[in-house]
Design a protein. Structure first.
Length: 167
């Protein structure tokens, strides 16, 4: 199955981590890759390292904020694409967190993501994709799409990001 967690609200990564935990609880093998995110910054990364070992990979440089950063971010995205292709044949579930951000920022191409989707379908590997702005073609292709909608966020009231909540 192809599962997509998208929308402008909080919870996409959290839902993806929860899906990993559920699959692990059923003795499935899970690989979890994070686009954009630097390793060892968020609480889930610490736990995913403990649970998954080398089946967790977060080679990112943070979010793309300046055009001059594009080449560096593209290079780390390519590393994660190759890592995902190598793992997809050996796991029951592959999770690609923030892949939709990478797609909308053109750090990966539609063709690269479609190739991963085809590999997942051909190998009966569940594929979980997260990030904002899921394109229509992906929504049409997916088996399950969940949209997180922000109703209220403490950041807008001046409360900074909180450990264990945002990271």
């Amino acid at each position: 199955m192809i599962l997509v967690n998208t929308g402008n609200g909080k919870g996409k990564t959290t839902a993806s981590v929860g899906q990993a935990i559920r699959a692990l609880g059923q003795e499935h093998t899970v690989a979890f890759g994070q686009f954009m995110k630097r390793d060892s910054q968020a609480g889930e990364q610490y736990m995913l390292h403990k649970l998954l070992g080398n089946l967790f990979f977060a080679p990112g440089d943070g979010f793309l904020t300046k055009p001059e950063q594009f080449a560096k971010h593209r290079a780390t995205s390519e590393k994660l694409i190759w890592w995902a292709k190598e793992r997809i044949l050996d796991v029951d579930m592959l999770i690609l967190d923030e892949v939709l951000y990478a797609l909308s920022a053109k750090l990966i191409t539609r063709e690269e993501l479609e190739e991963i989707i085809a590999l997942a379908r051909n190998n009966d590997t569940h594929l979980v994709l997260s990030g904002r702005n899921a394109p229509k073609w992906l929504i049409d292709e997916a088996d399950l799409v969940t949209e997180m909608t922000e109703i209220k966020h403490h950041y807008k009231a001046g409360i900074p990001a909180q450990k264990g909540i945002e990271f």
